[in-house]
Design a protein around this ligand. Structure first.
Ligand code: C5P
Length: 229
């Protein structure tokens, strides 16, 4: 059994108290991955941006709003986990200035200056322990495998799940899973629940089983600690 952290849904970057930048993400892929992980007997902590869907009741859910909140929550939770599945679509830019009052219309164009938000997976990847694994998601429209492989390397992921823009806000998904060498491990298509079960099978075989034969899992360490207390 492993303890898995799953990031899910979009994040929001506010311009003023009512308007925000975001990404089109429903959280359905994160929910399906959480359910598939729970069905295999794993513990699941979901760090989720604002979504309309409900997550499985057996998962622990940490709600967040912005990409900075997502990073803070992940940095708090990840040390107690064996692996991360990063299915969130964090907003990559934030306005340099956030207005404290609703920005009034003037009839003129409104110029926004944006800067990049932190990359959550890259930050966690750069400090992860040897006994922890990370599975990233890449949504690409061109040169999909090459770009996904570059992201896998840059963000220190162990596997990358590659999907197209049709996945956004949809009930179905079509994915390819690539490893650190760029080899295609699996290609899956169907309802997100079915695709998530396939992804979890790959994670189980390639990451959970090999890592647990070398290191005790976070879930096992927590169980030993609670028996000693
Ligand atoms: O947006 P991008 O294509 O770079 O996303 C690839 C992976 O990085 C995804 O797993 C996504 O959850 C993660 N990501 C992140 N923080 C960001 C942007 C993306 O964790 N600011």
């Amino acid at each position: 059994m492993a303890r898995m952290m799953i990031t899910s849904g979009p994040t929001r970057q506010y311009l003023d108290p009512v308007r925000y930048l975001t990404n089109g993400s429903s959280g359905r892929m994160g929910r399906s991955l959480a359910q598939a992980a729970l069905d295999l007997g794993h513990q699941v902590v979901i760090i989720s941006g604002p979504v309309e869907i409900n997550y499985p009741s057996r998962a622990e859910v940490v709600p967040v709003v912005s990409t900075e909140d997502l990073l803070d929550a992940c940095q708090r939770v990840f040390p107690g986990c064996d692996g991360l599945i990063a299915a969130a679509a964090p907003c990559d830019y934030r306005p340099i200035r956030v207005a404290s009052h609703k920005i009034a219309k003037t009839g003129n164009p409104l110029e926004l200056q944006l800067i990049e938000t932190p990359d959550v997976v890259a930050t966690l990847g750069s400090t992860k322990r040897p006994d922890q694994w990370i599975v990233g998601f890449a949504l690409e429209t061109e040169d999909q495998r090459l770009r996904a492989l570059v992201k896998l390397e840059k963000k220190s992921c162990d596997l990358m799940v590659l999907n197209g823009p049709a996945a956004m806000n949809s009930r179905r998904n079509q994915v390819e899973i690539i490893d650190r060498k760029g080899s295609l491990i699996d290609a899956l298509a169907g309802p997100k629940e079915e695709v998530a079960r396939g992804i979890l099978q790959v994670i189980q075989k390639r990451l959970v089983a090999p890592f647990q034969s070398c290191f005790p899992s976070s879930a096992e360490l927590a169980a030993v600690a609670s028996r000693q207390n």
